[in-house]
Design a protein around this ligand. Structure first.
Ligand code: FFO
Ligand code: ATP
Length: 177
């Protein structure tokens, strides 16, 4: 594949054509959950994989849910508390986000939307660097990619700032590099 932009376009097209499929909730994920942990989820846009099965399992285990909140690429993404029935506000890029003044939380687990991934935990995202910077800012968090199986590519060459995923959940597999 030529460059990251072309790769993103091809992977988004593949995802658009794949339809919606439920992400599996593996025992290894359930085993990491405990009451009081903060799990950062996200609200899918378009054909993105829906992390709800994982987030629901986290709620059932007594975890607190946070959602990403972005304003513009120069500012870091923050993870803000979300009480699962609370209304969300329209954000940039068609995102649904918590109100900007919701409590900011330190995530223990980050469910990460992917554009592409490989089997050793490298990922490609939207390209704005929000998750790259969040991984650097929260190095102790467990980094779980959430994707559809059609988003897998043979190899991604990581950039110097890339921090690999600890695992990837798809509708078919739980991939641990
Ligand atoms: N659901 C979801 N929430 C998220 C992200 C994400 O990737 N997915 N983010 C990840 O960083 C952050 C928001 N950052 C974003 C950065 C760029 C674009 C973007 O360029 N979107 C394209 C359309 C992409 C597509 O077709 O899939 C656009 O608006 O043109 C979107 C989100 C936080 N919340
Ligand atoms: N820790 C960091 N601090 C500052 N800038 C960073 C950091 N990590 C990455 N960036 C910048 O963010 C951009 C990320 O580009 P890249 O193509 O890797 O995006 P991506 O991984 O697809 O995006 P995302 O992290 O939003 O999913 C690059 O311009 C890079 O310089």
């Amino acid at each position: 594949m030529t460059d990251k932009r072309a790769l993103r376009a091809a992977l988004r097209a593949a995802r658009d054509g794949f339809g919606s499929h439920a992400i599996i909730v593996p025992d290894a994920f359930l085993a990491r959950l405990s009451a009081g942990l903060t799990v950062a989820s996200y609200v899918p846009v378009g054909s993105e994989a829906d992390p709800s099965p994982l987030a629901r399992a986290a709620v059932d285990a007594g975890c607190v849910i946070a959602l990403p909140h972005v304003v513009e690429p120069r500012l870091p993404m923050r993870f803000l508390r979300w009480d699962t029935e609370a209304a969300l506000a329209a954000g940039p890029y068609g995102l649904s986000q918590p109100a900007y003044d919701a409590a900011e939380l330190e995530p223990d687990i980050i469910l990460t939307p992917l554009v592409g991934f490989d089997l050793v935990g490298n990922r490609v995202g939207q390209g704005a660097g929000y998750y790259d910077r969040a991984f650097a800012a929260h190095p102790r968090a467990w980094r779980i990619g959430v994707a559809l199986s059609v988003q897998q590519v043979p190899t991604l060459t990581p950039d110097p700032w890339d921090v690999p995923l600890h695992a990837i959940a798809t509708e078919q597999d739980w991939i641990v590099p």
